[in-house]
Design a binder for this molecule. Structure first.
Ligand SMILES: Nc1ncnc2c1ncn2[C@@H]1O[C@H](COP(=O)(O)OP(=O)(O)OP(=O)(O)O)[C@@H](O)[C@H]1O
Length: 358
């Protein structure tokens, strides 16, 4: 296992002109030895590029990659000793499940007893023990992908195991099981795992640290809790959560915040930069309150959705939609009603130029 340090940028273009020509804008990032990470972001944000730079399939246009302090920027995936699991199964159909799992270990010329032991352990973890002697050719797509996962995890001497959307071909129910399984396997094997996905549930269940990416930038690396409570960038607030964080444009002056023509006094504990900022508050923390309560703003209800275990209230504050997640037994306002929404509190975040200031 290795600690991985990145200090690099990458473009696929010969003459990059502006930021949009870079698949990865300059970034510095470290993955600790034995950690479980997810790279999370929408399509085209640069996740696969980052994974391929770590594995050695892509050489960065600028900067370097270090494994345990050693510069490996120009080293091949074999030299870096990386295991990779791709979106679609990469296995040998003519071999049995056991032979497939053993393959990476036979390549390393491990003694047969050690191979058998490790194959047995991995098969057990992935619930493949009953199929060890079956030919891979006859198996369903998800069983084949489990073998691919097993082949990625079977070696204990790799620097890291990299996964690129490995559960895409898996049916939803099994997907849920495998996510938990991978987390458990990580606890047992202590491998460095880096996992690319565009699915926040997948990233947040699997990883200890999630790297949120948008348009070639890694905007935050943090635990599920940090991404939820203190998004460092408005994109994280918006992308993580369902629904995402509410944002309201605001103007700050000493001790005062103007939102939609109303002044709110800012608690003394919060010092805000003067000028245009954004207030961010997750729907889970927006409360319906009494008219004219300090920190509350009037809002016109546009919709109330019953999700079963909770209600989602959508209301407009000076034309800006704000969502509140309410308990199912809350009072149910009707479309057109005016409600007062508490927007200032300990969970309120403030952003200047999209970056968290408080
Ligand atoms: N081989 C390539 N040649 C040219 N441009 C590329 C190449 N690979 C990726 N890109 C571009 O680089 C940017 C980042 O792509 P990348 O595949 O890393 O994103 P991603 O987040 O993994 O997206 P997805 O989830 O769709 O795979 C995109 O604009 C993409 O079009």
């Amino acid at each position: 296992m290795a600690r991985i340090d990145l200090d690099l940028a990458h473009t696929y273009k010969a003459n990059p002109q502006d930021d949009s020509d870079w698949a990865l804008l300059p970034l510095k990032m470290s993955f600790s030895d034995g950690g479980a990470y997810a790279l999370l972001g929408p399509s085209g944000c640069g996740k696969t590029t980052m994974l391929n730079i770590i594995s050695g399939l892509v050489e960065p246009s600028q900067g370097h990659v270090k494994f345990d302090g050693q510069d490996v920027t120009r080293a091949s995936p074999q030299e870096r000793n990386i295991a990779q699991v791709f979106q679609f199964p990469v296995i040998y159909d003519t071999m049995t499940v056991a032979e497939n799992l053993a393959f990476p270990l036979r390549n390393r010329k491990l003694p047969p007893q050690q191979i058998a032991k490790r194959v047995g352990e991995i098969a057990e973890m992935l619930e493949l023990s009953g199929q060890l002697n079956q030919r891979a050719a006859g198996l369903a797509a998800d069983a084949k992908q489990k073998i691919s996962l097993g082949r990625g995890l079977v070696r204990s001497d790799v620097s890291a195991v990299l996964f690129d959307e490995p559960l895409t071909v898996i049916d939803p129910h099994l997907k849920w099981q495998l996510r938990r399984k991978l987390k458990q396997i990580h606890h047992e094997l202590k491998l460095t795992l880096i996992y690319v996905t565009h699915d926040q549930v997948e990233a947040l269940t699997f990883a200890e640290q999630v790297v949120v990416m948008t348009r070639g930038r890694a905007v935050q690396m943090g635990s599920a809790d940090a991404l939820f409570e203190r998004p460092q960038h408005t994109f994280v607030g918006h992308f993580i959560g369902s629904p995402g964080m509410n944002f309201l444009p605001a103007q700050a002056t000493a001790g005062e915040l103007r939102i939609a023509g109303t002044s709110l006094s800012v608690p003394a504990t919060r010092t805000l930069p003067e000028g245009d900022i954004k207030l961010g508050l997750r729907p889970e923390y927006v409360k319906v309150t009494q008219p004219a309560t300090p920190g509350a703003l009037p809002a016109q209800v546009t919709q109330l959705q019953d999700i079963g275990t909770y209600l989602i209230l959508t209301a407009a504050i000076a034309g800006q939609p704000v969502k509140a997640r309410l308990a199912p037994d809350s009072q149910k306002p009707q479309a057109g009603d005016t409600v007062w929404l508490q927007m200032l509190g300990e969970h309120t975040c403030f952003y200047k130029n999209e970056e968290l200031v408080q």
